[in-house]
Design a binder for this molecule. Structure first.
Ligand SMILES: Cc1cc2nc3c(=O)[nH]c(=O)nc-3n(C[C@H](O)[C@H](O)[C@H](O)COP(=O)(O)O)c2cc1C
Length: 196
């Protein structure tokens, strides 16, 4: 039970990965266990040919299944999200986000597609039965600038928004774990007495 980061950019270094790196560091600071899955580490032929049974795809899918929460970071590509991310989401089971909390993050060249997380990614995530898709954080490239050492520096505004998003993520994640810990075993249907 931990938080899994999915990195959906096909390039490195990546601005969207810089956003998730910031959230991951915040989770570390707060003692919340988290791990990272770089989608570029998965075999391209398996992604392109929808090889559900590929051992690396299965292992990645199992990591998603084992996580209680996901942080999904993607660049905006053609007014939506990356094809790499879509090709991986396509290989998850229909209810592959069942009961999970999801935080989407995106970077984009311009503010014109600031709603891409909401109109493109959110419906896809929602179709996979998550417990909750949190409000996403969208950042334009000018707010994730490269310094002279090649490292990405986040603007104060983006840092504020990421901190707020992390607060909410940790709150919902802990609430989810606590609900699960208190949950009584469901009574099988055939043992329920109906008095109709
Ligand atoms: C193929 C491609 C398509 C893109 N399409 C858009 C777009 O439609 N809207 C936009 O604002 N930025 C677009 N961009 C810019 C990227 O979203 C932006 O540079 C982003 O920060 C890259 O994130 P990354 O470094 O994590 O890959 C595009 C970039 C590429 C390479």
């Amino acid at each position: 039970m931990s938080i899994l980061f999915l990195q959906g950019s096909p390039v490195e270094p990546s601005r969207s990965a810089a956003l998730s790196g910031f959230v991951a560091a915040e989770l570390d600071r707060r003692g919340v266990e988290n791990t990272r899955l770089k989608l570029t580490d998965l075999p391209a032929h398996a992604l392109l040919h929808a090889r559900f049974g590929d051992p690396q795809i299965r292992a990645a899918s199992e990591r998603v299944a084992a996580a209680s929460a996901l942080v999904i970071a993607t660049p905006v590509y053609k007014a939506a999200y990356s094809g790499l991310l879509k090709s991986f989401l396509d290989l998850l089971p229909q209810n592959g986000l069942d009961g999970k909390v999801v935080l989407p993050l995106a970077t984009a060249g311009s503010p014109h597609h600031a709603l891409a997380l909401d109109y493109a990614l959110r419906p896809v995530l929602q179709s996979m039965s998550p417990a909750l898709v949190l409000p996403g954080v969208h950042a334009t490239d000018s707010t994730v600038a490269k310094d002279e050492h090649g490292n990405y520096q986040l603007s104060d505004d983006i840092i504020d928004r990421l901190l707020q998003a992390t607060d909410r993520l940790v709150y919902e994640y802990r609430a989810l774990l606590s609900r699960r810990a208190q949950q009584v075993e469901p009574v099988p249907f055939d043992q329920v007495r109906c008095s109709v």
